[in-house]
Design a protein around this ligand. Structure first.
Ligand code: ADP
Ligand code: MG
Length: 364
């Protein structure tokens, strides 16, 4: 790829938001040295803001003037993207706001969405990831991105990557103290967790994708294209869910017992070096629910984690995977770790529904 000038349609300014605390903490330098020259050559106009604290980017996008910026670029890991998406969804004009194209420069320890986008575009990301990401942005082609609405007893959030419970969620959160190690923090966290293996009791329920084709036949109207922002409801419709306190419809399937891992993913990768579901697309409208029941040998848990680097974990007889539209998880214990996009949420019963093509990202 060579940098090209942005097309006239996207010639307004970009807002570049940089997380100085992401990954090894080099995002500002990385932007100045590796990204800025490419943006300059492509004659992109932009303003930059350095995130001052956790939550700052959420505040910025909640009050962002959508007429001023044609895209929001995040120089960060997945955490800042999560803040941005949820900030956009909290706006009164969320239907329009969430269609703001998001561009990604990988500068965190996770970078799963950036890696998934590069994989979808057939662009390299193991070598010169930042340079390729910057070049890719200059093509400025917005593509739909699925979100997952996740509801607990106390909160409502929007995921673009994953919901996690069990060993992967524990590794993600417990390894945050090793952030300086970059992506290696996950290896250290995994070692700790396997040596002291836990299992987690609960009931997992899901609505398989093939049980909800009628729903699929009625896709989300592209409001951004139609320009019809009148009478916007306060939240997207989640017609597959019933209140968390109510029993689920018969079309749902449940699995009960001890689990080692429960993970719902939207994208092909859950880290630049970890494959969740090799064939997952950015906007296939599907969540991929993957679970491992308890009672398996530690060696099988170790190969499950190691095989995440290739996607071969799905070949293990201990691993179940199903494409879903919605899920519910009712943990038995009072305390533990649950994550949305790698960020910790309050523990307790949760459920979620796919929102196909809700957001947009810049691709090639
Ligand atoms: P990583 O991939 O290393 O987790 P992220 O870019 O995902 O890096 O960011 C991690 C967290 O940093 C996010 O949850 C975000 O809210 C937080 N954050 C943003 N700005 C700051 C800051 N100035 N200081 C500390 N934390 C911040
Ligand atoms: Mg998908």
């Amino acid at each position: 790829l060579r940098p090209i000038s942005v097309c006239a349609h996207y010639s307004r300014r970009w807002l570049v938001l940089i997380n100085p605390a992401g990954g090894p903490g080099k995002a500002v330098k990385l932007f100045q040295e590796r990204v800025l020259p490419i943006f300059s050559e492509a004659e992109i106009n932009f303003d930059t803001v350095i995130s001052e604290r956790a939550g700052h980017v959420g505040e910025i996008v909640r009050s962002l003037n959508l007429d001023r910026y044609s895209a929001v670029i995040l120089v960060s890991g997945d955490g800042l993207i999560y803040e941005a998406i949820n900030g956009l969804m909290e706006r009164a004009d969320w239907r329009r706001a969430i269609k703001t194209p998001l561009g990604l420069i990988p500068a965190g320890s996770g970078n799963a969405l950036a890696a998934s986008i590069h994989q979808a575009c057939g662009e390299p990301f193991s070598h010169d990831f930042v340079k390729h990401a910057a070049l890719l942005l200059t093509r400025c082609i917005p593509q739909p991105l699925d979100l997952l609405y996740v509801q607990s007893l106390t909160s409502q959030r929007y995921a673009f990557l994953s919901f996690g419970w069990g060993i992967i969620a524990d590794i993600d959160i417990e390894s945050e103290k090793f952030r300086k190690l970059g992506e290696n923090r996950f290896t250290v966290g995994a070692l700790q967790r396997v040596l002291d293996l836990r299992s987690y009791g609960g009931k997992l329920s899901y609505l398989p994708a093939d049980e909800s084709n009628a729903w699929l036949a009625a896709p989300e109207v592209d409001i951004a294209a139609s320009g019809d922002y009148v009478n916007v409801p306060s939240r997207p419709a989640t017609n597959l869910l019933v209140p968390l306190c109510c029993p689920l419809p018969d079309s749902w399937i449940s699995v009960e017992g001890q689990f080692i891992s429960v993970y719902v993913t939207l994208t092909s990768r859950i880290a630049a070096s970890s494959v969740a579901v090799p064939w997952a697309q950015l906007n296939d409208g599907l969540g991929y629910l993957c679970w491992v029941k308890g009672g398996l040998p530690k060696t099988a848990v170790t190969s499950f984690l190691l095989n995440l680097s290739t996607g071969d974990h799905l070949k293990s007889p201990y691993v179940q995977m199903v494409a879903i539209r919605a899920f519910r998880l009712e943990p038995r214990d009072k305390d533990g770790i649950m994550t949305i996009d790698g960020e910790r949420i309050q523990y307790g019963p949760v459920q979620g529904q796919m929102l196909p093509s809700m957001a947009r990202v810049l691709t090639r």
